[in-house]
Design a protein around this ligand. Structure first.
Ligand code: ZN
Length: 105
């Protein structure tokens, strides 16, 4: 009883926070005055989980696919955020966020 103590953070949770910050930092550094291209609103909601930004795998319709020689399917791993007013979803290439650091635009 008595004082509440904070549970030690899971390692994955800390990594999640770091990658969330990296994603937010990326978005604000490449386009600080970002507005929604549909309605002009300037508030967005990032799709996050406790493990950091959620990864969305964007695939190509089966009839249009031309698999790579190694048999893997063409795909893009993306992070996403959506407009707080009209709901337009914007995908950002995960690889680009991972490779860039602040100021390296
Ligand atoms: Zn909008």
């Amino acid at each position: 009883m008595g004082r509440e103590t904070e549970l030690p953070k899971e390692e994955g949770e800390e990594k999640g926070e770091a990658s969330t910050l990296k994603y937010i930092d990326f978005l604000s550094s490449v386009a600080p005055d970002r507005v929604c291209h549909v309605c002009g609103h300037d508030k967005f909601v990032a799709c996050l989980s406790q493990h950091g930004p959620q990864t969305f795998r964007v695939t190509i319709p089966e009839q249009d696919r031309h698999p790579f020689e190694d048999g893997s399917e063409p795909r893009l791993d993306c992070y996403a955020h959506f407009c707080d007013r009209c709901g337009t979803v914007t995908f950002t290439l995960k690889q680009l966020v991972e490779e860039r650091t602040h100021g390296d635009v």
